[in-house]
Ligand binder design. Sequence first.
Ligand code: SAM
Ligand code: SF4
Length: 332
Amino acid sequence: MEEYGKLVDSFGRVARKLRLSVIDKCNFRCNFCMPETPEWLPNEKVLTFEEIGRIVDMLSRFGVDRVRITGGEPLVRKGVEQLVSKLRSNSRVKRLGLTTNGYFLKEKADALYNAGLDSVTVSLHSLRADRFAFVTQRNAHSRVIEGIRAAKDAGFQSVKINSVIVRGYNDDEIVDFASLAAEGGFNVRFIEFMPFDGQRHWGMEKVVPGAEILSRISSKYRLVPLEREPGSTATNYKFEDSTGEIGIITSITRPFCSDCDRLRLTADGKLVPCLFDTHEYDLSGLLRGGATDPEIHEFLRSKVKLKSAGVESLINNSYDLQHVRPMYRTGG
Ligand code: SAM
Ligand code: SF4
């Protein structure tokens, strides 16, 4: 079977992971993600499962062997479990995960597990139903908790919980989230708020730095740092006295851009090498225009070369962080 070498950017970073958005639509309206009136892609622009399969096949021959399905809300995409089976049948894909808001997980967890999905990450930004409803604009807290339980019951070894921490909104729940990890045996990941909110309310004053998150948790729990996997966005810790883990994703205050190994593909087939890239590259147009495999390989090699240094260099050079595109459009 033909392999094509690696996709290497101009800073020597090798692409290994793909964040694959399968839909931009979402049934939630998280206020740190969506604009007030989102404009959805017309259906015909969204890549078909066959097109996604072809792109993942090519990327996997370049050594991209970890794929995370995301969106928008990936479980809103009809038949997403069929896409999971399709990607699972590619033996070069070593890890296949999915990030979801959890709303449809209760119904879908078994099918996703049976289709061969390895892991699920559920976003949960408050442990209080009223706050959850405020941020997502959906009264769905108990359904999401049921979804998390259903994922565990379906047999997933790894069920992570993502919580975006926004100062003044949920930072008073940091220790409660740590308790959920410690007492429920979960891996809870605390994410610094990034400037990709559709309503453009982001500001540095709303970012709770990872160091502060760590210090608040350490006031209650003894944490043991775990070795950081190269390319990982998170610094992970286990609890000295219990089974759960926490991860702190310091996308703004300590972004680890220097060994970033991710690429992103939007639902309409645009390649986004870095979340902070202002450019995106139209893979869909090429694919639908009848390009041959070698033409697409050349496109991938050349566009990955254009990946920007990332947020680290923006901060080091004192640039103001700019809103580029809302998270639901890129695929977080
Ligand atoms: N709808 C799914 C969900 O919410 O999990 C998947 C897509 S969502 C865009 C992917 C992840 O990005 C979620 O964990 C979400 O909380 C996170 N996210 C969204 N907007 C963000 C922002 N402005 N800063 C940091 N993380 C954000
Ligand atoms: Fe939807 Fe996820 Fe964005 Fe919330 S974070 S609006 S669930 S895409």
